[in-house]
Structure formats: C-alpha cells, structure tokens
Design a protein around this ligand. Structure first.
Ligand SMILES: [Zn+2]
Length: 237
C-alpha cells in the first residue's frame, strides 16, 4: 500500500470533530498526536496513583520515564529567618465560684418546706435540706465569704453562718448540727470556696448525725437543692 493511498484513506475516513481544533486531526501528525495523548494519559494515570502498568505495552521505557513526575528539590538559605517556637510556661487555674458543701453525692433525708416534725421541737416548716453523709464528714464553704456567726443554740446545735456575694447577690448559708469542736473558723473570718468550716454531727435538735443546710437569698430561705444544681460550677462558663 503506497503512503499516498494510506494518507488519502485516512483523510477520507477522519472527519473533523467540532470539539477539536483543525490541526488535531491532521493525518500527517495523527500518529504523534496519538502518542502525545498516550503520554498525557500515562502522566494522568501516574498522578492518579494508578501506575503505568496499563499503558506499559504502548510506551517504551524512555517515554514512560518522561511521563513520570520528576523529583523536585529545594533549599532554604541558612540566613533565612526562622522564628524559634517560643513557649511560655503558664498554668491555668480556675476556682469554681460555687461548690456543694459535702459534694454532690450525699444522701438527702429531708427536703425543703413543710413537713411532719421529725422530733419534739423540730420545725414543721423546714427551711433547709438534711443530708446524712455520716458523722465527721467534712463540711466546706460553698463559696468565698465571711463568717458571720459561729455558736450553739438549742435548735441548730453548733452552727456556722457565712455571707457570700454570688453573681452580685447577697447569699447567706447556714450549716447546723455540726460536731462538737469541729469548727475551725471564727466570726469575721474570710473563707474561700471549699474551705473546711466544720464536720457533720448531731448537736442540737437532731435525730442523728446529719447536716442541716440552709441558703438565704436576699434574707429569705430558698430550697438549696435546685439552687445548688443551678449554681455549682465544675468548669468555667
Ligand atoms: Zn434540717
């Protein structure tokens, strides 16, 4: 088959594609264009991570090598300013402004409000909450504050009152029936949140070792349980 016939046959069967420029189907350059496309496909295949195995039979080693991405290198001048990683030692400390006086797990044996008096002389209007964590359990101040009363009376036994300012509000706490000799704080003393103020006992009108705990907001007793649930913070917020 003479070359001229071959070319004319190609010219006859290859029609211009509307998607290719005219020179792309020039039969004279068709073979090298096919090869160029094959190389481009090989390069795309390598870039896609598929390797060159699929087109290995149509490309010789030199073409395959040419299709592979060339290794690159660069250097950085030693004079280039590289900022040292500065690191200052620091410690984040966060003190919760409000904590439970006994921790959150103490068993509650009597709630806030009206009740049947548990003993002769016990009130029917319970202005606090009773917890029974056991005799001698440490009692802490729920917040920073100032001790306003320490002493005995017939109802509360050994008691401690502390004034706090919590979220801008005057809050007073009363811890009662404390164990004899367990109170390490005195009137006018400043205390910090969580500071030991006494131990659970059974002094005064008491049926057994328990902490009677009151919270007064604006001078009026409130239910300590929901107030603590709302105000105790274990994390910054
Ligand atoms: Zn009580």
């Amino acid at each position: 088959m003479p070359p001229s016939f071959h070319r004319s046959r190609l010219r006859a069967v290859v029609r211009p594609s509307p998607f290719l420029p005219a020179r792309a189907i020039d039969p004279v350059h068709l073979r090298e264009q096919v090869l160029a496309i094959a190389v481009a496909v090989a390069a795309a295949s390598v870039l896609a991570g598929n390797g060159v195995a699929a087109i290995g039979s149509t490309l010789d080693e030199e073409q395959r090598t040419a299709a592979l991405p060339r290794p690159q290198s660069y250097s950085v001048s030693a004079a280039a300013p590289i900022a040292p990683a500065l690191r200052e030692d620091f410690t984040v400390t966060w003190t919760p402004p409000v904590v439970y006086p006994l921790g959150p797990g103490a068993e509650q044996t009597d709630g806030f409000g009206h009740r049947i008096a548990p003993c002769p002389g016990c009130s029917t209007d319970h202005k606090g909450v009773d917890w029974t964590p056991g005799e001698g359990t440490p009692v802490g101040s729920i917040a920073d504050g100032v001790v306003t009363a320490v002493g005995y009376d017939g109802t509360f036994g050994l008691r401690v009152e502390i004034e706090h300012v919590i979220d801008g509000q005057a809050v007073t706490t009363l811890s009662a029936h404390l164990q004899d000799g367990s109170v390490p704080v005195s009137v006018d003393q400043t205390v910090e949140v969580g500071q030991l103020i006494g131990a659970v006992g059974s002094t005064g009108q008491s049926t057994g070792p328990h902490l009677h705990f009151e919270i007064h907001v604006g001078g009026a007793p409130i239910n300590p349980v929901p107030w603590l649930a709302e105000n105790v913070r274990t994390e910054p917020r």
